[in-house]
Design a protein around this ligand. Structure first.
Ligand SMILES: Nc1ncnc2c1ncn2[C@@H]1O[C@H](COP(=O)(O)OP(=O)(O)OP(=O)(O)O)[C@@H](O)[C@H]1O
Length: 555
């Protein structure tokens, strides 16, 4: 299918005959890739040569994976210095496990026509058995490795494994802006120290939809001076795809989240829809998913976040990829790069970690030339995100009033469904909500003190989750969140709650808050062998950093 974002003539892959390896061209044809996407075209026709260092920027969902795989695979297949057996020639570093698997799959498809000269592509990421994976790697002939930073660092710390990289030809950072953010940068630097030096001549490639100015400072970790910079993005355009109209729905407070989300889903989704709903923390996502699985939607409910086992994550990813309809409640583990075909709607509940993350999440729809819609559901207090990011083309949802009104009618059904949700799920969601806010740096710009945060969390638990009392919290956990001594908690002592100590009477809050899993958005924790944690600062100009309009009464 030709897919050019802005119209114009798509160049056929057939025109690359003689330039691109014939076996790769055959594989592209088998995959149904007849014409190049703009990023593929710019890389394959404008890079000085296929071995050049490059920084490539293109919008989400426009085919960056093939754009970085094709030049390096061509080089591997046509080099006068064939790769010694067992040596890794191409290393792709990806921020998430799911993305690593997706890239490896596309690589296998592109190398499917090599016959007995096939190139082995291996993956390495956390959450899987280290020993058996490593022995598979050591006993195989991996020419290509797709890895997440944590597990890769771990692999490289073993000398026999590191020796497999002595002939490395290309190092690729996918989602380069994430890989070069503070949470990951240390890992990336560490990995580069364990690889042959840049002076050994390997090619560096950095691909991303967004390249914030600050990441350019560190890009020289991977790219040699004078690298080629390519972009298919017109700087005057909004950073998301034009074909994805984007809307906001503003609800009064966080207590209204569940009813309003239900109303929004009723308004937006048809029986054949395929949608992703992003929540801010893994445990909030788990709550949405448990709630909506109580018969609130006729669509099949999928759940994906870091608190699930890797087996479940992998199975869910593959099932949602092939599903023709369904609703996936997800955290940022799939916020970037993941390609789920035919997603027609993306809903974001609460604040994304940054404007860039907002853009990446929107990019889960409207992919490969398809259409899609994106909606962000915020509380009144969180609506500063819209004004702080005017460059994002987010319009008020035309049916906001009806959606917010109909939320009231959804209340009885939500209440019933909430009773059926496991108390542990609610407790974890409550705790993650507190943890996120307490550690987010958002309290100050929202003019909310710690006692106010606990009050709002309790309101959400009592009125939103219909808990009989605020979920019990261990003193130790409260201390870790920096909330020691803050009134309003229902302390547990080794599992038993002492509810009388601090339960507040149910009270309709004037405002709301949002989320967090142990104080963090659910983006790849280095502990899970995935990525670095998101840095949490208040928003400003698209990044967290504070905003004058954020401090509404009630926060
Ligand atoms: N030349 C092509 N012709 C048809 N389909 C293509 C072509 N190139 C890529 N695709 C399809 O487009 C979709 C998006 O590709 P891909 O996942 O590589 O995008 P991306 O730019 O890496 O996205 P993100 O920024 O979200 O990481 C995939 O389903 C892929 O199979």
């Amino acid at each position: 299918m030709p897919f050019l974002e802005d119209g114009g003539d798509a160049q056929a892959y057939a025109t690359m005959s003689g330039t691109l390896d014939a076996r790769l061209l055959k594989a592209l044809s088998v995959m149904g890739f007849e014409t190049m996407t703009p990023v593929q075209q710019i890389v394959l026709t404008q890079m000085p040569n296929f071995q050049s260092d490059c920084l490539v920027q293109a919008k989400t969902g426009t085919g960056k994976t093939a754009a970085f795989l094709l030049p390096c695979l061509h080089t591997l297949l046509n080099t006068p210095r064939p790769l010694p057996k067992g040596q890794v020639g191409v290393l792709i570093i990806s921020p998430t496990r799911e993305l690593a698997l997706q890239i490896a799959k596309e690589c296998d498809q592109l190398t499917s026509q090599l016959g007995k000269n096939r190139l082995e592509c291996h993956v390495a990421f956390g959450g899987t058995a280290r020993a058996s994976n490593m022995s598979k790697f050591m006993n195989g002939s991996p020419s290509i490795l797709v890895a997440t930073p944590g597990r890769l660092k771990d692999y490289l710390s073993e000398r026999p494994v590191a020796s497999r990289f002595a002939n490395i030809r290309t190092v690729i950072l996918d989602e380069a802006d994430t890989m070069l953010e503070s949470g990951f940068l240390a890992d990336v630097r560490e990995i580069l120290k364990l690889l042959p030096p840049k002076s050994a001549g390997w090619q560096g490639m950095c691909f991303s939809a967004t390249v914030p100015a600050k990441t350019r400072d560190v890009i020289d970790c991977v790219l040699a001076p004078g690298y080629c910079s390519l972009s298919t993005i017109d700087k005057t355009e909004p950073p998301t795809l034009e074909r994805v109209p984007q809307y906001h729905v503003i609800m009064p407070s966080v207590v209204d989240t569940f009813n309003t989300l239900s109303s929004l889903i009723n308004h937006e989704l048809a029986p054949d829809s395929k949608a992703i709903v992003f929540g801010v923390t893994a445990n909030m996502v788990a709550l949405y998913s448990s709630l909506f699985a109580q018969g609130l939607t006729s669509l099949r409910v999928f759940e994906l976040h870091s608190r699930l086992s890797q087996n479940v994550r992998t199975r869910t990813t593959s099932e949602f990829k092939s599903a023709t309809s369904g609703i996936m409640f997800a955290s940022d583990v799939i916020g970037r790069g993941m390609d789920f075909p035919n997603v027609d709607l993306v809903i974001q509940v609460g604040l994304p970690s940054s404007a860039e993350q907002y853009v990446h999440r929107v990019g889960r729809t409207g992919r490969a030339g398809n259409t899609g819609r994106a909606i962000i559901l915020l509380t009144q207090a969180e609506s500063f995100f819209i004004t702080a990011n005017r460059r994002l083309p987010i319009q008020p949802h035309a049916q906001t009033a009806a959606i917010v009104n109909d939320a009231i009618a959804c209340a009885p059904q939500i209440e019933q469904a909430m009773y059926a949700v496991d108390e542990t799920v609610k407790q974890r969601a409550y705790s993650s909500f507190l943890g996120f806010f307490a550690g987010s740096g958002l309290l100050k710009p929202l003019r909310m003190d710690k006692a106010g945060l606990v009050r709002i969390a309790n309101d959400m638990a009592l009125q939103g989750m219909h808990c009989p009392e605020p979920p019990a919290m261990e003193k130790k956990t409260i201390g870790k969140m920096g909330l020691k001594g803050v009134p309003g908690f229902n302390y547990s002592s080794g599992g038993a709650t002492t509810g009388a100590q601090a339960t507040q009477p149910p009270r309709r809050p004037r405002v709301a808050a949002k989320e967090g899993s142990n104080g963090s958005h659910d983006v790849l924790s280095p502990k899970q062998g995935d990525t670095g944690a998101v840095k949490k600062k208040p928003f400003r100009n698209g990044r967290r950093g504070g905003n004058a309009s954020a401090g509404r009464e009630g926060w």
